[in-house]
Design a protein around this ligand. Sequence first.
Ligand SMILES: *Cc1c(COP(=O)(O)O)cnc(C)c1O
Length: 406
Amino acid sequence: MNITRSSAEKLDREDPLAAARERFYIPNPETIYLDGNSLGRLPLETRDRIAQVVDNQWGDHLIRSWSEGWMELPTSIGDRLGGATLGAQNGETIVCDNVTVNIKKIMYAAQLMRADRPDVIAHRGDFPTDRYLATHQTNARGGHVRWIEHDTALDPRSLDADDITALLDEQVAFVHLSAVDYRSAAVADLVAITNAVHDAGALMIWDCSHAAGAIELDLHAIDADFAVGCSYKYLNGGPGAPAWIWVNSRNHDELATPIPGWMGHADVFAMSDEYVPAAGVRQFMTGTPSPIAMAAVDAGVGIIAEYGMGAIHRKAKELTTYAVDLADELFDGLGVTVASPRSAEHRGAHVTLRHPNARALVDELVARDVIPDFRNPDGIRIGLSPLTTRFVDIYDGLTAMHGLVL
Ligand SMILES: *Cc1c(COP(=O)(O)O)cnc(C)c1O
């Protein structure tokens, strides 16, 4: 063995983000949590923030709290989230609903912006909700989805412009893809794909659910049109946390929503007969948001803003590199393979391993207080949250797994 536990301890001692872990509630340090990409840990501050909303705002101020700041939360926290994690300008990001509902809104808006084009391009290997919505959106318009058939579970390379140029023409309204693949962690070639999409006159939507808070994103440098993502993974916003929508400001005058709710109205309390959409992203509000849930998103985003995505992305690359190197060494000849890109530049913040008995292995690991994530049919996802995962967690988790496959 070249890689030892003491080498992991040394990396932890030298880690500039080591102190960030102390900002989180970690009741049992023996638990090796490797699934922060499904549900991020609980920031300590979140409990106080929620208690404050419950006690002082809801409890004491009751309905007055809406005019004392609650109404602005979707856009004020949106600005904070967008600035800290997306390279967004103020006014481009809103926190609301969940990813599924937000993708529907964005796809609807994008398709109307290219109303003469019935088809869309999506990835057969994408997260289920993304695929279902692409199909639903095109069915509604009499078009069809042109699928990128590349199977990232079998071949974890990044999607690039060549994957879509063969499918692109003037019938395609938009291309919807994940920035970081939820299985392989492959980072798509964001700039080249977006450029190719624009060259064909179509619009680009990036689902950043597995990217935001994991890799440094600059949606303006990428020149994306729309982006969506969730807040309960690397943003640590809590289970079911409200998701976000980002719209490039150049598109704000052309938006439309399939869910014309009263909270997205230009004058919410006018209670008017007709729906008049609010300007820009605000129209993507549907109904009443939860200030309790919003407080948790704000607390999670606050920690990220403090440490900065540059440092966070750097640590993500170091963590995944350590995990891949250790997996190569431990599992040589044992039927476990690395199903993520070999280069850290092309990975998000998780690493997927494959093994024919993945499901049983994950069950065994969970019984030993090591918590990775099983992905059908044979994937073991090792989620590495840069703010909370230590190198020794990777060492202890993978050596525990090694003991089970021997
Ligand atoms: C996590 C994730 C979702 C989750 O959608 P919800 O509606 O918030 O449950 C959607 N798409 C991708 C790519 C994801 O990683």
